[in-house]
Design a protein around this ligand. Sequence first.
Ligand code: ADP
Ligand code: MG
Length: 316
Amino acid sequence: MGTRFELVAVSEDEQLADKAIEAGILEIQRIEALISEWQPTSQTSAINRSAGGMPVSVDEELYELIRRSLRISELTGGAFDISWAAADKVWKFDGSMKTMPDSQAVANSIRHIGYQKIQLIPETHSVYLQEQGMKIGFGAIGKGYAANKARDVMRNMGIKSGVVNAAGDLITWGKQADGQPWYIGIADPAEKDKVFSWLTADHTAIVTSGSYEKFAEIDGKRYAHIIDPRTGYPVTGLKSVTIICPDAELADALATATMVLGREEGLYLINQLKGVECLMITDQDEMVTSDNLHLHYYKNKPQPAKAAIPAKTSKM
Ligand code: ADP
Ligand code: MG
């Protein structure tokens, strides 16, 4: 997934911890091979190749991931949309873009986007993209799904606590080896390397979507690498959105959706959802939190989340 995953297993049995981490890594690789829109052999690629042609029968797992993705599209009014992947590449987020693209080209770039045109056929577990040129991709939900699944595999092997960390998007379960909860530091929006507040995480996923790394700056305005599928324009206004909820997949998708919805609409949505909290950083470095998020601020510094027992990493 182009993401570095770090897996932590806490156990008194070092061999078991090792084995569980291996299994977790294999699970992430298995999911990548199934859902990646970049690997030509994946089922997702088969769906994309058949767009406008015919339905493709897929594994229940992928079928269900698409079904859940469509539900999130409905929940967010299309702010989250896996058919985003069909957008023409009129934007570049590697720093090379200095002028706005032609507005006609932007309008035209979204012609094949539309989650309503993704058809699910339950009888045959088939997926049909109704228009030639349509394409789906799981860039905004796949990491979270893989994190959930790796956690499940490790937990099923008897690992009572651990962390699956996908480049800062993470899910934790249980407690640290010394019985303390996992602490998650929140970076200072103005000084990225400085942690200024923290929260304790117990069976929680914490996922951030934002324009820290990938964005375009045109005429002093910052455009994040997340596209509003409804307009074709990259989102502006928020530097980042962090979602905190028990489910990494939902957190991943909602982080992207909230970036698209923006401060007011995004906050309204998150406050409606029970058990889901968020923290937003605006382009002006202002911090906005949902109603029930309780952060701890630095007076006495907690230990940063760390592995006591073998931690292995795998780059995907
Ligand atoms: P990151 O990859 O930085 O963690 P996200 O989880 O928000 O950030 O995912 C962003 C990726 O999701 C983009 O690189 C792209 O592949 C895809 N994407 C962009 N916009 C949307 C959208 N509106 N709906 C669904 N996926 C999107
Ligand atoms: Mg996301």
